[in-house]
Design a protein around this ligand. Structure first.
Ligand code: F6R
Length: 613
């Protein structure tokens, strides 16, 4: 969490950094700060958003050609002006921004206090900047060397940037466990948590690996070093393919809405070149490479968090149904701490939009140590998870900026469906004619979503009726049970209404007690699967005066008779119905949140990329 930005070049660093921070606000937005060097150090920081910081900088900050900035998601110390980054060392020389957590900061702080240091904030970051200062003084060495020595004493995760008031021509950065990318322009350097802050200036980028640091000197080549042994590393310069348009709102009120509407495109982009229905083929290099591992896997373990975990749950149905491979889906955070039994015959699929989720990353490392083959499904190219896995397949959803995940989810389901189809075909466990039918249907899914998105009038109307509800229940069975979970998650995270997702049949084992006339129940009930049983579940809700909003296949007149409201989705094969039924649930939560006046793209307490445990 937290976003960091830095600039060293000929432009005025202040607007470059502020705009960059705005782009990184999805990573945290409880406080923000900036430090520049211009004949001396100037710092502006405050509780609140980048917009609040901008008001301060307009007043207080002069032009400068070097600076660093930070947007925070609090871990140590509550959001306030003092805890906001950057933090400056006691002498006033060093100033630092940090994304991550220094786990042993307490013991370091104690030792520094004994040596006369004082601390104003409650942060681990202020401890780190003073540790570097202490090392630099006692070793009488350069900033880069002091940083390297200090980091070898630190346990935890970090992406940091440090500047010295005595040197307006240098930024030193380091990375372990949190992302950090250096943009290389004409006579200028950028640093950031991802490439979006500098996309309009340069497409050349160096992604630092864990345990690497970089010394950025004005007018000189980038120097990358190993933190552990000071070895010089030849940086690999990526040429980015992302464009500016993809990270802007493009006329929509919110990124979330834009991203919901982008789904036909993002699924098409994800299927392009991989799904070849006319040739009866699924082509995926990453899977092909490990095809035998998949085919002979005694089990597939899917790990992820939040929405990505929900995509994993859909994949459980797909892999078991189509490819006949046993699947376990695990929260990465539970998996990593429960001494799981993993063997070399297991294939682990890690699902992550950001590719930076700390729990997923740690779970991957654990499974890898135990000899499993690790396959990644990530959206962010070059992310830590993408690099940590043996092979993988990217979702080509494009940058997802709204904190609530929408297009990444459907793209993940699309990729996982492709893998299941490929393996099922290779294993020969699917009837050939059905395999071809599945390929053709998957190919048609983006067209169906496109038609469904032509009008959101019904979901908007229903949102208006239920926007003041205090609780919601979401029910689904089979392939649509994970959709119920996802629908409930979307609602709670952006509208702050309590919502629970349940397998429809489980309702009578407890949640049915909650149902009364004030309880809206969203039932995902497309044709196929256990349709008749879901119809009975709807009747059970109605018998207790609950209000039913049903997601049904087009033309379903049976449920329309019982439910209070219906939203129709196009017909599809049951295997792909989550790709369609998810859409009205995204819209429902979006409209309810907007009507409640909530900040849709930046819901309270959340951050897009959870890089802490
Ligand atoms: C929900 C949401 C989160 C993420 C979760 C995992 O809308 O966005 O639940 O899905 O934090 O993030 P990734 O997929 O980046 O690993």
């Amino acid at each position: 969490m937290c976003g960091i930005v830095g600039y060293l070049g000929n432009k005025n660093a202040v607007p470059v950094i502020l705009k960059g921070l705005k782009r990184l606000e999805y990573r945290g937005y409880d406080s923000a700060g900036i430090a520049v060097l211009n004949g001396g150090l100037q710092v502006a920081k405050c509780k609140g958003k980048v917009a609040d910081l901008k008001k301060l900088t307009d007043k207080d900050l002069h032009e400068a050609t070097i600076g660093i900035g930070h947007t925070r998601w609090a871990t140590h110390g509550k959001p306030n002006d003092v805890n906001a980054h950057p933090h400056t060392s006691n002498s006033g020389d060093l100033t630092l921004i940090h994304n991550g957590i220094i786990e042993n900061y307490d013991s370091i702080k104690e030792a520094l206090i004994k040596r006369g240091y004082r601390f104003d904030s409650e942060t681990d970051t202020e401890v780190l900047v003073n540790l570097i200062e202490d090392v630099q003084k006692s070793e009488n060495t350069t900033l880069a060397k002091a940083l390297q020595i200090a980091l070898n004493q630190v346990i935890g995760a970090y992406a940091i940037a440090v500047i010295s008031s005595n040197n307006p021509n240098q930024i030193v950065v380091a990375k372990k466990g949190s992302p950090l990318v250096v943009g290389i322009g004409e006579g200028e350097y950028f640093i950031a948590s991802d490439a979006t802050p500098f996309l309009e200036f340069t497409k050349s980028a160096v992604y630092l690996e864990d345990d690497e640091m970089a010394v950025i000197n004005r007018g000189e080549d980038l120097e990358v070093l190993s933190i552990k042994d000071n070895r010089t590393i030849d940086p690999y310069v990526h040429q980015l393919e992302m464009d500016l348009e993809s990270i802007e709102k493009g006329g929509y009120d919110h990124f979330m809405l834009k991203e919901i509407y982008e789904q036909p495109k993002s699924i098409r982009d994800t299927l392009r070149g991989r799904l070849l229905p006319n040739e009866g083929l699924v082509k995926m290099d990453g899977v092909y490479q490990f095809q035998e591992k998949f085919v002979t896997a005694q089990r597939i373990i899917i790990i992820g968090c939040g929405t990505s975990w929900h995509a994993g749950l859909v994949a459980e149905y797909l892999f078991e149904d189509l490819a006949r491979i046993p699947v376990e889906v695990e929260y990465a955070s539970e998996f990593r701490y429960r001494n799981p039994v993993i063997t070399e015959k297991d294939v682990v699929i890690a699902v992550s939009q950001s590719g930076e989720t700390a729990d997923t990353l740690a779970a991957i490392k654990l499974a890898k140590e135990k000899g499993a083959t690790i396959f990644g499904v990530c959206n962010v190219v070059g992310s830590s998870i993408a690099r940590e896995t043996h092979a993988g397949a990217y979702t080509h959803a494009g940058p997802e900026i709204g904190v609530a995940s929408t297009k990444a989810f459907t793209a993940q389901v699309a990729v996982l469906a492709l893998i299941a189809l490929k393996i099922a075909h290779k294993k020969g466990v699917l009837k050939e004619s059905y395999y071809h039918q599945l390929l053709a249907e998957l190919d048609d899914i983006p067209n169906k979503i496109e038609r469904m998105l032509e009008s959101d009038a019904q979901s908007k109307y229903i949102s208006g009726l239920f926007k003041d509800a205090r609780n919601f229940l979401y029910l689904g069975r089979g392939y649509n049970f994970p959709v119920a979970l996802e629908g409930a998650l979307k609602l709670k995270e952006i509208s702050y209404i309590h919502a629970e997702g349940y397998p429809a049949a489980e309702m009578k084992h407890g949640p049915i007690a909650l149902i009364d006339e004030d309880m809206p129940v969203v039932v995902i009930a497309p044709k196929g699967g256990q349709y008749e049983k879901v119809v009975s579940n709807i009747q059970e809700v109605k018998a207790r005066n609950g209000k039913v909003i049903a997601i049904v296949s087009e033309g379903d007149s049976e449920i329309a008779k019982t439910a209070d409201h219906v939203i129709e989705v196009e017909d599809t094969l049951e295997e792909f119905s989550p790709l369609l039924t998810t859409i009205p649930l995204q819209l429902l939560s979006y409209h309810i949140a907007v009507m409640r006046g909530a900040n849709v793209d930046q819901p309270r307490n959340l951050a897009k990329s959870v890089t802490v445990e």
